[in-house]
Design a protein around this ligand. Structure first.
Ligand code: ZN
Length: 156
């Protein structure tokens, strides 16, 4: 366990974070590389401030780069659609246009979701995150509270 980590635990493959009082280890949640930690949470109970887990600049920019490439491909297909129309007819052109538009949609989605982790459960006190990298998980103390399954059973 890394020094200074508090309010962040591991339950099986999940990261459990105390919403209002936590200090992440200085590791990237997405790839496990050492990285700077965002400022410690200073939210007040009752509010639902968004968590800011540490993510290294490489993971952040990789996400942006993939989204950009997909977006460029989409734009290129839309631009090429008229050419395809003249050369191959209307059906291939429509397919091309739809593919281009879908690509743009994917690029937009990627910008927000390409990081491997995601919040899978949250309540007033704790936030559960799936997809944390193995080294990141290994740096965390064990969680001794309820398992996620039990929490969800209780909630439903
Ligand atoms: Zn990373």
């Amino acid at each position: 366990m890394l020094k200074g980590t508090s309010g962040v635990y591991r339950s099986d493959n999940h990261v459990v974070v105390e919403r209002h009082l936590h200090q992440f280890p200085s590791l990237c949640l997405s790839c496990g590389a050492v990285c700077a930690v965002p400022e410690a949470a200073q939210s007040t109970p009752g509010t639902r401030q968004k968590l800011r887990p540490p993510v290294c600049p490489a993971c952040n920019s990789r996400r942006g780069r993939v989204a950009t490439i997909v977006a460029i491909a989409g734009v290129a297909m839309i631009i090429a659609a008229p050419v395809v129309y003249y050369m191959l007819g209307v059906l291939p052109a429509i397919v091309m246009l739809l593919t281009g538009v879908t690509d743009l949609g994917i690029a937009w989605w990627l910008r927000g979701h390409a990081l491997r982790y995601r919040v899978i459960h949250e309540d007033e006190q704790y936030v559960w995150i799936a997809g944390g990298q193995r080294d990141f998980l290994a740096a965390l103390p064990d969680w001794h509270g309820m398992k996620l399954g039990e929490l969800q059973d209780r909630g439903s």
